[in-house]
Design a protein around this ligand. Structure first.
Ligand SMILES: Nc1ncnc2c1ncn2[C@@H]1O[C@H](COP(=O)(O)OP(=O)(O)OP(=O)(O)O)[C@@H](O)[C@H]1O
Ligand SMILES: [Mg+2]
Length: 317
């Protein structure tokens, strides 16, 4: 069953007028994104900084509205639901942020941080203590940590607290927005293993957002590669990694740090999100080694090249 379904999600932000122009311009953050997340699986969403990953996360969590498109959560159209109607569903979708230091209130003890959502969803007071213990053990910490303040924890422990808080409402879907990006490699591996174990135990569904392809590979059943707000390639993890088809995915993979090429950085030029005028043509045109004149004229369609392997590139179809 699809827990989450996104249909043609598009988001334009209004960019501020500047002193040189009175015209209001728009930033195209996300353009016609379609995603399907099956229960108990992980979809990895990868792309460089500014490509629209967090915008998509915010739309799913209903922190912002899309300009157009539809979000279904458990077959219910939640796109335009009012807050009071969405409230009962909100506990089913939770988020873990990249930087637990800024997302956890520095003045609250861990027990208060984790119990916040429990209180918000009116959990009876006497159940909260037991639930707190259950949650702190679930994420591999113990009761001593409940009394600590965020600065008295290591980075990995702080992220575990973030996960415990997200799990407090027994969600079905967790959006992990760069949740392990700020951790060192060994701590990253521990947190990823924890996430895998929790997923198995509670049949959780993850939308795992990252710019690091190796992390995504380890945890994802499916991968979607995003560039300038557009999904350029999507498919089973295995297929995308074994046979990346879009030039951008190939570039991302070739830039993956490996023991032989340690510290290699992505060489894609840093380009801001395209505005309305830039909507024509393939967003990757300027950086693509395989570009043709055809690529300038239209945004290529996402085409199923092999079973469940979709690519948006006119040079491949
Ligand atoms: N509130 C806003 N108003 C105007 N533009 C915005 C706003 N929020 C985001 N943007 C723009 O939308 C685009 C997508 O931003 P988003 O935060 O979704 O990217 P991201 O993929 O999460 O990047 P990162 O990997 O750095 O977190 C960027 O060009 C950004 O500058
Ligand atoms: Mg982001």
């Amino acid at each position: 069953m699809a827990i989450l379904k996104l249909i043609d999600i598009t988001k334009f932000y209004e960019a501020k007028r500047n002193i040189f122009s009175l015209k209001q311009s728009l930033v195209r953050a996300v353009y016609k994104v379609n995603l399907n997340l099956k229960q108990g699986t992980t979809l990895g969403l990868v792309g460089e900084s500014g490509c629209g990953k967090s915008t998509l996360a915010k739309i799913i969590l209903k922190l912002i509205n899309p300009t157009s498109g539809t979000v279904f959560f458990e077959d219910k159209n939640i796109t335009r639901l009012k807050e009071k109607d969405f409230r009962p569903l909100r506990r089913g979708i939770q988020i873990v942020f990249q930087d637990p230091y800024s997302s956890l209130s520095p003045r609250l003890r861990v027990k208060n941080i984790i119990s916040e959502p429990l209180i918000a969803f009116k959990t009876p007071r006497k159940e909260i203590d037991n639930r707190l213990k259950e949650l702190i053990y679930q994420v591999g910490l113990n009761e001593i940590h409940l009394e600590r303040l965020p600065h008295q924890l290591s980075g990995g422990e702080r992220q575990r607290v973030g996960i415990a808080r997200a799990l407090a409402t027994s969600p079905k879907l967790l959006v992990l927005d760069e949740a392990v990006s700020s951790l060192d490699l060994s701590t990253q591996a521990q947190v990823l293993n924890l996430l895998k174990a929790l997923q198995k135990k509670y049949k959780l569904t993850y939308l795992f957002i990252a710019h690091n392809l190796s992390v995504v590979r380890y945890i994802s059943d499916e991968v979607a590669v995003m560039y300038h707000g557009v999904i350029v390639e999507q498919g089973k993890s295995e297929a995308v990694y074994k046979k990346p088809l879009h030039p951008y995915t190939q570039l991302l993979l070739s830039s993956m740090p490996s023991p032989a090429k340690k510290g290699t950085r992505l060489s894609v030029k840093d380009v801001n999100g395209l505005n309305m005028n830039g909507i024509k043509g393939c967003g990757f045109y300027a950086n693509c080694s395989k570009r043709t004149d055809k690529c300038k004229c239209e945004i290529p369609r996402l085409v199923e090249i092999e079973k469940s392997h979709w690519v948006r590139c006119v040079c491949i179809v």
